[in-house]
Design a protein around this ligand. Structure first.
Ligand code: ADP
Length: 170
């Protein structure tokens, strides 16, 4: 599996699946979630509402992942995952690790070969970027899947540095 980190906007990535740092409601939010919904179009919110009506009446639990189509995105699928929110006392690294491994499992199940991740929990949910990077890289390296390429798409030079530092570790 090839791992890389780039500076950019996840909504423009030409990969099979992009991961969304969603919230449990799946009904939209700010940050990367808002950007993905804006770029994918209103069909994405409709698909999320349908998931809530059917499979996930109580919302998506922290650390879990679920797929929808990507609609107007270049990516064929969006994998929604819910990161732990430090401001709500969700400080267990296993929850954040699970976001990455479960998202890869879901992508693999769909037959995706390339996946782009944002820095889940590294924004409003308050995790330090070096911690997000360490947990993300470790989780993805430990996952055994048919995914060929994982791209971390970072929104600032500092977060790119944090991910590059982890990727450079042997
Ligand atoms: P969370 O609530 O899980 O912390 P946020 O969306 O607040 O999620 O932030 C996660 C990370 O995504 C932050 O580092 C933020 O700067 C970054 N981000 C925001 N918009 C985009 C985008 N369009 N593409 C990639 N990363 C983004």
């Amino acid at each position: 599996m090839k791992l890389e980190a780039v500076l950019g906007d996840i909504t423009t990535q030409d990969v099979d699946a992009v991961v969304n740092a969603a919230n449990s409601s799946l009904l939209g939010g700010g940050g990367v979630d808002g950007a993905i919904h804006a770029a994918a179009g209103p069909e994405l919110l409709a698909a999320c509402r349908e998931l809530r009506r059917t499979a996930l009446p109580d919302g998506l639990p922290v650390g879990e992942a679920v797929a929808t189509p990507g609609f107007r995105l270049p990516a064929r699928w969006v994998i929604h995952t819910v990161g732990p929110n430090r401001h709500r006392g969700q400080t267990d690294p296993a929850l954040l690790s699970s976001c990455f491994t479960r998202s890869l499992d879901v992508a693999d199940g769909l037959g995706a070969s390339s996946v782009a991740f944002p820095a889940v929990s590294g924004g409003v949910y308050g995790w330090a970027m070096d911690e997000v990077a360490r947990i993300a890289v470790e989780a993805v390296r430990g996952g055994v899947t048919g995914i060929e390429r994982v791209r971390f798409v970072l929104f600032s030079p500092d977060s790119l540095d944090a991910f590059r530092t982890e990727l450079d570790r042997a």
